[in-house]
Design a protein around this ligand. Sequence first.
Ligand code: PLP
Length: 217
Amino acid sequence: MSISENILRLKSLIPQQVTLIAVSKTKPITSVLEAYEAGQKDFGENYVQELVDKHIELPKDINWHFIGHLQTNKVKYIAPFVYMIHGVDSIKLLTEINKEAKKNNRVINCLLQLYIAKEETKFGLDFEEASALLTSNAFLDLKHISIQGFMAMASNTDDEVQIENEFKNVLQFKNRYPQFPILSIGMSSDYGIAIKQGSTHIRVGSLIFGERNYNNK
Ligand SMILES: *Cc1c(COP(=O)(O)O)cnc(C)c1O
């Protein structure tokens, strides 16, 4: 199936209120354009340089979501245009985003990344760290960021019960913050489970664009 067919099929499968973020990392401009022409406006990228290059080349009404691990020294490159930063996991990073947003006269939407997987490799805050951050004085001073909610990744496993339980925990935590509308959970392999657990934004790459080949990078 083509990229545009994949987009239309996915959109027909998910509830209307769930936002589909097409994860285009490692994929060429032509593939992003094909998705865009099928009506897709939200795209996700993991690498700063690739995001900057794509932003320059592609239509300016795209909402660019940064979903990777963001280093503080690279915030300045995406601050002028990024629509939302999903992977925020420290007050240090938030403070830097705030500083660069202020320089650009903007308020940048951010999601706190929560650590829910039973794996050592994933980034993120545990629930206690996230609530401590949200009540800290350092956080309350930041006027150029807007926390919209939370992002999380489930364990990389075939065990659907485990994935469901991890998403359930994150939904329960999110429900303690009714002021935050967004829950960014669910990827190609688990978006269906995520939507049942209250996902508002799914981040889908390979189901739309095909498998990624990292050797090209
Ligand atoms: C790559 C990536 C995705 C998309 O993964 P697929 O399995 O290709 O859908 C979603 N979220 C994050 C954070 C990613 O890095």
